[in-house]
Ligand binder design. Structure first.
Ligand code: NOJ
Length: 571
């Protein structure tokens, strides 16, 4: 892809783009300490460009004690030394831009590390000028006898933590070493908006907002109502037997989304975007986008993580997201990230299904997010939780092991090391992730690294990687796929096996239509394509081979094959 390869349409760039998530610790280690770093990422940018993903989202690499690997920031303006320097960061941003790609940085606005100087100050005394930077309350009983209310953290258990020194409790939505900032203090809001503006000035094209749904808590600190739900789900983020009524998805957070948007809109050359990590039903999450599209540009819609990979279920998902996020709103399609089970597990470790998922993700209306390694079909990597680096694994060590695979089926990963294995680049030493001289890697190499790696799949036109690249290329060359509207229609085959939708792009100069057929079955199916114009006018592209064919009245789709038929030429 070159700068000029991307088609122009009426849609803003961030609606047309495709996003690749890099977990910096696990992508490429240049220094040889076994930990991925920014210079390592720079060396691998040509790969991302070759693959054809247009935007790179980097998980946090700011200064941090790394207890939660960067999601616990101790200085928002510096780079953690294991990842590199400010110069490396600037070079990375420049190198991404030089390739015509965009970059999204991860903003952890909800909390800091407990090692952040603000918190160290804040906890030192009730009279500290920073006391009110965090959320401190008296307990219901003195001397740590009972927390201020019944609110639970996102990981279950009380999110209140008693601090003996000042005999008060502080609130943490996630883990105890990640105290929540107090956005009701205007100084806090100003300080974090400064951080946001700083990184936009440094060249970030977009910002991903970590647990944005937790930013505001109700000022009454009233108890949350009880519920019968034990396990949180995408639709209902509470769980742990209560509704997170007062500490998540607060109306003041919806309002803050608009304030943040106004700050981001100060930077309009080029326009930037915000994508929120938020949890709730699609209808509720839409609130983050603002009543007139003046809030977050995009929100993650994690329902896709739990949707069975079957024609009817995926059709239901698209239909729900289309009605909750109609144009000018825009859905997102996410199948994995650094917190979730590898997408391959839900696909039964079947590369054929992964090739179909690639076709779906790149042809549906919405921004696709691809987590590093998923483009290779990397499978779940079992790791002993006793040795886990991930603090969440220790939090859940009491869970019976037998339960873990079942939780994973529900999109819940209790040892997140298992989806963060070093990227396998080739079959050589350290899988090419780290120089051969590195004595170890921060997490063990994926057991499939010797056969399942970039070099091997680049050389194989039937690989999962080849299918991703093929579908990305098709999307980039088609206004219908990158920018068109979407209409589901009754498939010209068994609807239990096949899903069909039409993408139509129209502007003053042209109309382009693409029909997409996805075979979600292990059998070949015959498509009746008599409704399409005959002759050379309809070209049919597949996720399984590079060259298009002329669409015929009857077309046989192979197991897990996708076909995209263009009526008229793609641009
Ligand atoms: C969500 C992030 O994706 C996760 O990795 C992190 O541990 C928590 N937020 C806390 O920041």
């Amino acid at each position: 892809m070159s700068k000029h390869d991307v088609l122009q349409s009426d849609l803003p760039w961030w609606k047309r783009t495709t996003v690749y998530q890099i977990y910096p610790r696990s992508f490429a280690d240049k220094s040889g300490d076994g930990i991925g770093d920014l210079p390592g990422i720079i060396d691998r940018l040509d790969y991302v460009q070759w693959l054809g993903l247009e935007t790179i989202w980097l998980s946090p690499f700011f200064e941090s004690p790394q207890v939660d690997f960067g999601y616990d920031i101790s200085n928002h303006y510096e780079i953690a030394p294991e990842y590199g320097t400010l110069d490396d960061c600037r070079r990375l941003i420049d190198e991404i831009h030089a390739r015509g790609m965009k970059v999204v940085l991860d903003m952890v606005l909800n909390h800091t590390s407990d090692q952040h100087p603000w918190f160290v100050e804040s906890r030192s005394s009730r009279n500290s000028p920073y006391r009110d930077f965090y959320i401190w309350r008296d307990g219901k009983k003195p001397y740590g006898g009972a927390p201020p209310n019944n609110w639970r953290s996102m990981l279950g258990g009380s999110g209140w933590h008693y601090d003996e020194q000042t005999d008060q409790w502080y609130w943490a939505s996630f883990l105890p070493f990640q105290p929540d900032l107090n956005y009701r203090n205007p100084k806090v809001k100003r300080a974090l908006l400064d951080v946001v503006r700083h990184w936009l000035r440094e060249g970030a094209d977009g910002l991903r907002l970590d647990i944005f749904n937790a930013i505001y808590k109700d000022a009454s600190f009233a108890d949350n109502p009880r519920s019968l739900r034990a396990i949180p789900s995408e639709d209902n983020p509470g769980g742990f037997f209560q509704r997170a009524l007062h500490n998540q998805n607060h109306p003041d957070t919806f309002a803050f989304a608009r304030e943040l948007r106004a700050a981001v809109d100060e930077f309009d050359d080029p326009p930037r975007f915000l994508v929120g990590e938020v949890f709730g039903s699609p209808d509720l999450l839409r609130e983050y986008c603002g009543p007139s599209g003046d809030g977050l540009h995009l929100v993650f819609l994690f329902k896709s993580l739990r949707t069975p990979f079957r024609a009817e279920a995926v059709r239901g998902l698209v239909s729900e997201l289309e009605s909750a996020f109609p144009e000018p709103l825009h859905p997102t399609y996410v199948f994995g990230n650094h917190d979730r089970p590898r997408q391959m597990e839900r696909l039964g470790n079947d590369p054929a299904r992964a090739r179909l998922l690639a076709a779906f993700q790149m042809t549906v209306r919405g921004v696709p997010f691809v987590y590093y390694g998923d483009e290779l079909g990397l499978s779940h990597h079992d790791m002993p939780r006793e040795k886990a680096s991930d603090p969440v694994a220790h939090r859940f060590r009491f869970l019976p092991k037998l339960l873990l695979p079942r939780l994973r089926k529900h999109g819940i990963l209790t040892n997140r090391d298992e989806c963060r294995s070093p990227m396998p680049w080739h079959a050589g030493p350290n899988a090419g992730f780290a120089p051969p001289t590195a004595s170890s890697t921060w997490l063990p190499l994926h057991p499939q690294s010797a056969i399942m790696n970039v070099a091997a799949q680049k050389a194989d036109s039937t690989s999962v990687l080849a299918a991703y690249r093929r579908m990305l290329r098709l999307r980039r060359r088609s206004l219908a796929l990158s920018s068109g509207g979407l209409e589901l229609f009754e498939p010209p085959a068994d609807p239990k096996k096949v899903m069909a939708y039409r993408r139509v792009y129209q502007d003053a100069d042209r109309t382009e239509t693409a029909e997409v057929f996805l075979n979600f079955s292990r059998r070949s199916v015959s498509l009746d394509l008599r409704h399409l114009p005959s002759g050379k006018q309809s070209r049919l592209f597949s996720n399984l081979h590079d060259e298009p064919v002329v669409a015929r009245a009857k077309h046989v789709l192979r197991p897990w094959e996708a076909a995209v038929v263009f009526c008229g030429e793609p641009a």
